[in-house]
Design a protein around this ligand. Structure first.
Ligand SMILES: Cc1ncc(COP(=O)(O)O)c(C=O)c1O
Length: 489
């Protein structure tokens, strides 16, 4: 049974339009549209980020699975799935962004440069020792508070932060969490060492407000959020930078799987929008690193206030409904939970809006407001977005588990050699899914949501986004299997 729904619409928020959950479009807009240029993103020092991640305990590139049966079923060339079910021993990708952000935030707080005069990167070990000494000194000098981390989470982000707090000198990690967070998730956070505090009656947005206020009151608390807002852009940008490791791995693995081709389409889940921002910037921005020829093309903007036809929700169509997607770009497809489809609602009106949220098994996607820093990138670069129901996500979990998947490189094979870059030495874990002889992927609902979204797009917008037998589609499967309340059939 589904858990009870969280509180409904708050004053000043948009209710999610019911048509967002429908699966069949009824038309396209013929209204005039104006173009939105893809904003440039800050240059990411990818070598520094990947070198940092390699120092963390249990670093390994996550596997890319080839899913030929699903590809045939959907009439696509290849469906490849980047499996983030085990990232540094945690069941989601979030620690990639959390680790880099915590590293940079703590280094800044204790006054350590990220590189010394010889260009040598600050090691995790040195950072941890300095932070420990700094906090001991502050504790001894009565009246001064030691540094700590404060944040909010739907689960995975907080687990990653708490883990990093341990790795960086044992700083405290306080997490204010939504009232509807399952006790099991709270326990997981506490087990990582977090101080978990439930915000009575609060949803994710309410928790963001609480931790912002707390951090403002106490300057020893470092605010570590993966959502941006005015005056708070550094940390979310560091989070995005941290996700580049995943994208660099994926690009190389995709080329390996396809004999040198890049992804033609990528499918990414959207909560507050940070992972989608990283993916979109990577494939679409002028400084992005991924994708095929022609990245950085401008997309289109719906005019604020214009009437949108049902089929236009979430679709970045060109003038008179003609798609601006070309075969030269990697097409970015976004998937949200239909209980928290703030990207679709924002794309529909051409500005960032808040939607009322309700409980969902896709916990990590349960955000009513996009990160302010993510919105301009998503607005310009996402080619099509859909919202999926709990039921559709659940079906996709089962389909992935039963999928006939093949790893690109199995355990014991030669490590994949880099395509002329620094990636030599990657080892790929073989999928462990022995139960019942299944060879599939053990995904959680947020991760499987991308398959549910792809199915929906294949049925409602196949031609618009140019999905066909030549397509190389990458699903970003952001979390591993976990318990959830199975939705009603
Ligand atoms: C497993 C999982 N997938 C996807 C997301 C969405 O990420 P973002 O908030 O960056 O959009 C989250 C967020 O917590 C998550 O935990």
């Amino acid at each position: 049974m589904l858990r009870p729904r969280s509180p409904g619409t708050k004053p000043g928020t948009l209710a999610t339009p019911p048509l967002l959950t429908t699966s069949t479009p009824t038309g396209t807009s013929t209204s005039a549209k104006k173009k939105v240029a893809m904003p440039d993103s800050p240059l990411v020092d990818i070598a520094a980020v990947t070198a940092f991640h390699r120092q963390l305990p249990q670093y390994a590139a996550t596997p890319l699975h080839n899913l030929p049966t699903l590809a045939a079923d959907l009439g696509l060339g290849q469906v490849l799935l980047k499996d983030e079910s085990d990232r540094f021993g945690l069941p989601s990708f979030k620690i990639l962004g959390a680790s880099w952000a915590v590293y940079k935030a703590l280094a800044r707080a204790v006054g350590l440069p990220l590189k010394d005069a010889n260009g040598q990167a600050l090691s995790l070990e040195k950072l941890a020792a300095t932070v420990r000494a700094y906090n001991e000194h502050h504790t001894r000098e009565g009246g001064l508070r030691p540094l700590g981390i404060i944040s909010t989470t739907e689960g995975n982000w907080g687990r990653a932060l708490a883990r990093m707090a341990r790795y960086t000198g044992g700083v405290s990690c306080r997490l204010h969490v939504p009232a509807f967070m399952p006790q099991a998730t709270q326990d997981l956070l506490a087990r990582e060492g977090a101080d978990v505090r439930v915000v009575p009656g609060g949803n994710y947005d309410d928790c963001v407000a609480v931790v912002r206020a707390e951090a403002e009151r106490d300057s020893s608390l470092l605010l570590l959020l993966d959502v941006g807002f005015e005056g708070y852009e550094d940390v979310p940008q560091w989070v995005i930078e941290g996700y580049s490791t995943l994208l660099v791995e994926a690009d190389e693995q995709v080329r390996e799987a396809t004999g040198g081709r890049a992804a033609t389409h990528v499918v990414v889940p959207v909560g507050a929008g940070s992972i989608a921002q990283a993916v979109t910037a990577h494939y679409k921005s002028p400084r992005g690193h991924g994708g095929a020829v022609g990245a950085g093309q401008s997309m289109t903007e719906g005019m604020e206030g214009e009437e949108m036809a049902e089929g236009d929700f979430g679709k970045n169509t060109g003038v008179d409904g003609v798609s601006t997607v070309t075969s030269q770009t990697t097409t970015v497809l976004a998937v949200e939970a239909d209980t928290a489809a703030c990207l679709r609602a924002s794309l529909a009106v051409g500005r960032r809006v808040t939607v009322a949220t309700a409980d969902t098994i896709m916990c990590g996607l349960n955000c009513g407001t996009l990160s302010e820093t993510a919105w301009p990138i998503l607005h310009a670069g996402v080619d099509y977005s859909v919202a999926v129901s709990d039921r559709q996500a659940h079906v996709a979990v089962q389909q992935l588990w039963n999928a006939d998947g093949r790893d690109i490189v199995e355990d014991g094979d030669e490590p994949m050699t880099g395509m002329g870059n620094h990636n030599n030495g990657y080892h790929h874990k073989k999928r462990v899914s022995e139960a019942a002889g299944a060879s599939g992927v053990a995904a959680g609902p947020c991760g499987a949501a991308t398959l549910a979204g792809l199915r929906k797009i294949c049925s409602e917008a196949r031609d618009i986004v140019k999905l066909n037998g030549d397509s190389v589609v990458v699903l970003f499967c952001t979390e591993g299997a976990r318990e959830y309340a199975v939705p009603f059939v």
